[in-house]
Design a protein around this ligand. Structure first.
Ligand code: PLP
Length: 438
């Protein structure tokens, strides 16, 4: 018998056993405490061990945990859809629930392609993404992802959708080219990819408003997403925004698209929707998509067994209540400013750290050979992976990001409820780990 029957990500690595969590901290069975500076994977946005959420889950489980969506609707799912669509920008007035971010972006493909079928244009089936992007692990979502490291050879199971350049001026701008000029060029390149693919065959493009794991928090200059919206409208292509990381307060706004003044046709959320208390994600759809179904087949055949189950929805409602009752988004803005200032101080003291970037409580920085040149580090040094291990040894969880050799980055996404003294502690631990990199 093996020591453990559980297949883990890295065989041969010892994983401590988590026993409980409280606020921004996790604890293991050897009594060690970890500051959860990444919310696990940008997920635990209201912290650990929130009693009201546990209580809401207990109450709902005792009443009815599961009912099937083609047989019943249920109160919590109806209420969650109502509240999410009320928070969302524009006429994103409909919600469909799934169980993970991957299922959400995968749903978005099916809904986008299905939309054009309903409108009598069945040849529009391609979905274009960008390099340095990640939309999930299911084969459809991976097909749209520009993440070579997570795309080993699955042969014909992965669709070779074209990818456009990312809006990542720090790495890709020409010498002397401004961030705005580079982003405009990247948007034009996106348009050229759509035209080359033939807009008559393109259902949608998909973009993370702020790139997460594939880039390490790549924030485009204001106007870039609006330009993509304009290109999509002109070429009759749907715009899918993947807000699996950025949605539900991570950037200090309910949605990053709201800050950018852009209403996508489909908007995917995950992670922060349940804050990690249950596997749950959603796609919000604009009215015109649902009208096309209503005046066409009348069927939205996109769901899963657990889609919109009452227990999951009640959990997310309790999370939403917590976010609203404690003005958590305001805290994200204030503590985000504190974290950013501290990160910039640390970068100034460590020449191999560059391009501190982010919004709200989603921050990243890049490891470089030298901040003056910005050249990426030797991939063999695995700077981000080494740093993550050093942080872990200090009792701090951070998230490795980026795709070597293009970039090598780290993400910070602590619970949005983090306190001022806890941000200081986070910075102290980061500083100690950075000192260990010398
Ligand atoms: N989209 C983005 C932007 C993500 O960061 C992730 C996960 O990290 C996903 C989709 C996939 O979500 P999940 O891991 O819940 O399937």
């Amino acid at each position: 018998m093996p020591a453990s029957a559980l297949l883990k990500q890295h065989l041969g690595v010892h994983y401590p056993t988590v026993t409980h969590g409280e606020g921004v901290f996790l604890f293991d069975d050897e009594g060690r405490r970890y500051l959860d500076g990444a919310g696990g994977a940008m997920t635990a946005s209201i912290g650990h061990g929130v009693r009201e959420v546990a209580e809401a889950m207990r109450e709902q489980a005792a009443r009815v945990a599961f009912s099937y969506r083609t047989q019943f609707t249920n109160g919590p799912a109806e209420e969650l859809a109502r509240r999410l669509t009320a928070l969302a920008p524009g006429d994103l007035d409909h919600a469909f629930f799934v169980n993970s971010g991957s299922e959400a972006t995968e749903f978005a493909i099916r809904a986008a392609v299905g939309h054009w079928r309903e409108r009598g244009r069945p040849h529009k089936v391609k979905v274009l993404g960008r390099e340095l992007s990640y939309h999930g692990m299911t084969l459809g979502s991976l097909s749209m992802s520009g993440h070579a490291a997570r795309r080993p050879d699955y042969g014909s199971l992965l669709h070779p959708f074209p990818v456009a350049p990312p809006a990542h001026a720090f790495r890709f701008a020409r010498p002397g080219e401004s961030e705005e000029a580079y982003a405009a060029r990247a948007a034009e390149a996106f348009e050229r990819e759509i035209v080359a693919a033939d807009p008559g065959t393109v259902a949608a493009i998909i973009v993370e408003p702020i790139v997460g794991a594939a880039g390490g928090v790549l924030v485009p200059p204001s106007g870039y997403l609006r330009r993509l919206r304009e290109i999509c409208d002109r070429l009759e292509v749907l715009l899918i925004l993947d807000e699996v990381i950025t949605g539900l307060g991570r950037t200090g706004a309910w949605f990053a698209s709201e800050t950018e003044g852009v209403v996508p046709d489909l908007l995917a959320v995950g992670k922060g929707l349940s804050a990690g208390y249950t596997p749950m994600a959603a796609v919000l759809l604009r009215t015109h998509l649902v009208e096309a179904i209503a005046s066409g087949s009348g069927v939205a055949p996109f769901g899963h067994t657990f889609s919109g189950n009452p227990l999951g929805a009640a959990t997310c409602l309790a999370v939403l209540d917590h976010l609203e009752a404690h003005a958590v988004l305001d805290n994200a803005v204030e503590r985000g400013a504190q974290l950013a200032a501290g990160l910039r101080r640390l970068a100034a003291a460590h020449p191999f750290v560059a391009d501190v970037r982010g919004r709200g409580l989603l921050w990243g920085f890049e490891f470089v050979r030298d901040a003056r040149t910005g050249h990426p580090p030797d991939p063999a040094h695995q700077a981000a992976a080494v740093f993550v291990r050093l942080c872990f040894a200090e009792g701090l969880i951070v998230y490795p990001a980026g795709i070597a050799p293009l970039n090598n980055a780290v993400m910070l996404a602590p619970p949005l409820t983090i306190r001022e003294d806890e941000v200081e502690l986070l910075l102290e631990l980061l500083g100690a780990a950075l000192n260990g990199m010398r």
